[in-house]
Design a protein around this ligand. Structure first.
Ligand code: URA
Ligand code: URA
Length: 278
């Protein structure tokens, strides 16, 4: 292999960040395995050994290069989005979001997601929210209940909102990059994220929040259209169509790596300062 694609480097950067934050800086030797790259191990340049490739998803083909790229039919969504105007009433926004949710419920674009979902998970919260949280995709609990962030990660997000931010879940809006559960909680593919993009953009157009908080690398990269690692994206205020965007670690990551909660709290404080709530 010559130059690996950049996406793979970013996946590995995240993977190493996960491991480092979890205090893992060495892999145990694999019994019976042939030791490769001994020279590099001795050079002391890289405290982390070369990662095994097993379990790391290979990057999806670049969207522009894929002739089979599917797209949600405009004629179903456009008439709904045409109703988005400045200064909509709460009821009008509720109605538009409900109609969009109904369209998503009938979406059959992503075969692997459609085959495995119980139901679609559109979003929950206040259509007039100042702040929208964007996660990655529904997990098992969300797939069962049809509501985002209701499982263990959801409980941690609720704690962040209620205990940390002194707000309620009803004040904010919560949605995901993709609206169907990726089986086995794998990351959504680029193609799946692209198929669901009109719904994410539509949701944000209706709510028109001033602030967006991206939870984890998948949310941050997809919303902002970047390949940067989450560690590079957090700690700064980004822009999405005039909304201020703060990125932090995903609650599922925080459950696996509790020490990273310190950084997330820094990110949340930055968000609260931006919102004039701190
Ligand atoms: N993780 C997510 O990214 N979204 C959810 O809705 C639940 C867990
Ligand atoms: N890697 C991710 O993909 N997400 C996180 O939140 C942290 C590390």
């Amino acid at each position: 292999m010559s130059q690996p694609p950049r996406r793979l480097n970013d996946l590995l950067a995240d993977y190493f960040e996960d491991l480092n934050l979890a205090g893992i800086t060495e892999f145990p030797p694999i019994p019976g395995s042939v030791q490769n790259g001994a020279g590099r191990q001795q050079s002391g340049e890289n405290p982390l050994p070369s990662a095994p490739n097993a379990g790391i998803p290979s990057p999806a083909p670049a969207s522009s290069a894929s002739p089979s790229m599917k797209k949600f039919p405009d004629d179903q969504l456009e008439p709904i989005l045409a109703r988005v105007k400045p200064a909509l009433s709460l009821r009008a926004k509720e109605a538009i979001l409900r109609d969009m949710a109904q369209v998503v419920a009938g979406c059959k674009l992503c075969p692997d997601l459609v085959a495995n979902r119980t139901q679609t998970v559109f979003g929950v919260g206040n259509p007039n929210a100042e702040l929208v949280f964007v996660g990655e995709g529904p997990g098992a609990d969300e797939d069962a209940q049809g509501i985002p962030f209701v499982g263990r990660s959801g409980q941690l997000l609720t704690d962040i909102i209620v205990k940390g931010m002194k707000m309620s879940r009803d004040e904010v809006y919560i949605c995901n990059i993709v609206r169907c559960r990726p089986p086995g909680n794998r990351n959504p593919s680029d193609q799946e994220a692209a198929c669901c993009r009109p719904f994410l953009e539509g949701t944000l157009r209706v709510i028109s929040p001033q602030y967006i908080c991206c939870l984890g690398a998948v949310a941050a990269r997809n919303l902002l259209g970047t390949d940067l690692a989450i560690g590079k994206l957090r700690g700064k205020v980004h822009d999405y169509r005039g909304a201020k965007v703060v990125c932090t670690y995903h609650p599922a990551y925080l459950l696996r790596n509790p020490p990273a909660k310190v950084q997330t709290w820094e990110d949340i404080k930055m968000l609260l300062r931006q919102m004039g709530r701190m």
